[in-house]
Design a protein around this ligand. Structure first.
Ligand code: UDP
Ligand code: MG
Length: 315
């Protein structure tokens, strides 16, 4: 079965059209399907529209949040409630084209675990508007490619298809929904990208401003750490601690020699301060690494998580 997940925050005007286009495409696919609409605390009439659609169509399911939890939470809830073995996520504002869904599914059938949309002709509007929107996006995508090593052109595109078993491994926090493919590579998922249509939104307005860039960058730092050292924090903090502390130790040895070997006073030397600072920092980093190890073990062991992922076991 196929599950289509839609995060919705104040999209009352788009929903009818979205439903019509989506069901038209899905009915052509030779597979059972369900649509899971997650109402993320909308303050407009979205919920009423969703309830109406649910009454008409038993395949249209609605998850109604108590308040606005954000797009990542909405998608995570949709993934939790989805029963299909393939899950497609799509924006509610019709910026993604439902007609692209079959294309994603075909690619998935070629043996991929996640297929991500790559929005074509996304930069519309006047020159200034284009620059203001495009430059941060290109930089963010470049950084994401560098950090994750995953060659995707458009990480921000919500239109994606996933194998449900891959999603099981992926927990989402913050603004992480855009990094699902990157997180999934940690479990060995195979990722592909296909060009998809892009249409500027007709109704309502974007829910994000410039501050998103900062939040995405912070999430990227976190992701880099989790992907690289999530299961071995001591090696990250420990190395830092040993290098800094070691440097401080060398300085203090030198100062000891100056004091007792050369019989000069060292009380006024800035190097003394630096040496002490570095040694304290070094101890702190090593300790932080040890704490990280304990936290990490609690996380894995209390939830019976594995530090590996098996595709198949032949016995
Ligand atoms: N969305 C949501 N909760 C939020 C913000 C957005 O569920 O707090 C939904 C929104 O309704 C839309 C999708 O996430 O379906 C993408 O949001 P938007 O179109 O505003 O983002 P943009 O396309 O500007 O990146
Ligand atoms: Mg949008």
């Amino acid at each position: 079965m196929l599950s289509v997940v839609i995060p919705i925050y104040n999209e009352e005007k788009s929903l009818g059209k979205l439903y019509d286009r989506l069901t038209k495409t899905l009915s052509k696919i030779d597979e059972e399907y369900e649509i899971i609409a997650v109402n993320d605390g909308s303050s407009d009439d979205s919920l009423r529209v969703l309830k109406k659609l649910h009454k008409q169509d038993s395949r249209f399911k609605v998850v109604d949040f108590r308040r606005n939890f954000g797009q990542t939470a909405a998608l995570a809830a949709g993934f939790d409630y989805a029963q299909g073995d393939v899950v497609v996520s799509i924006d509610a504002d019709l910026e993604n084209d439902p007609n692209d869904v079959p294309k994603l599914l075909d690619k998935l059938d070629e043996g991929y675990d996640i297929v991500s949309g790559w929005r074509q002709n996304r930069w519309v509007g006047g020159l200034l508007q284009k620059i203001v929107r495009r430059v941060p996006s290109e930089i963010a995508n470049f950084l994401v490619r560098r950090v994750t090593g995953l060659e995707l052109h458009d990480t921000g595109c919500t239109l994606k298809a996933y194998r449900a078993e891959v999603l099981e491994h992926v927990e989402l926090y913050g603004e992480m929904h855009r990094f699902v493919p990157a997180i999934a590579t940690r479990y060995g998922a195979k990722i592909a990208e296909v060009p998809v249509n892009y249409q500027p939104r007709e109704f309502g307005s974007s829910k994000y401003g410039f501050s998103r860039t900062v939040r995405v960058l912070l999430d990227l730092v976190l992701l880099k750490f989790l992907l690289g050292y999530g299961t071995r924090p001591i090696q990250f903090f420990g190395l830092l601690g040993v290098v800094l502390g070691g440097l401080g130790f060398v300085f203090s040895l030198y100062l000891t020699y100056v004091k007792f070997g050369l019989n000069q006073s060292i009380g006024q030397r800035p190097l003394l301060l630096l040496a002490v600072l570095l040694m304290v920092l070094g101890v702190q980093f090593v300790t932080m690494g040890l704490l990280g190890e304990i936290v990490m073990r609690t996380y894995f062991e209390s939830q019976n998580k594995k530090i590996y992922a098996v595709r198949e076991f032949l016995d």
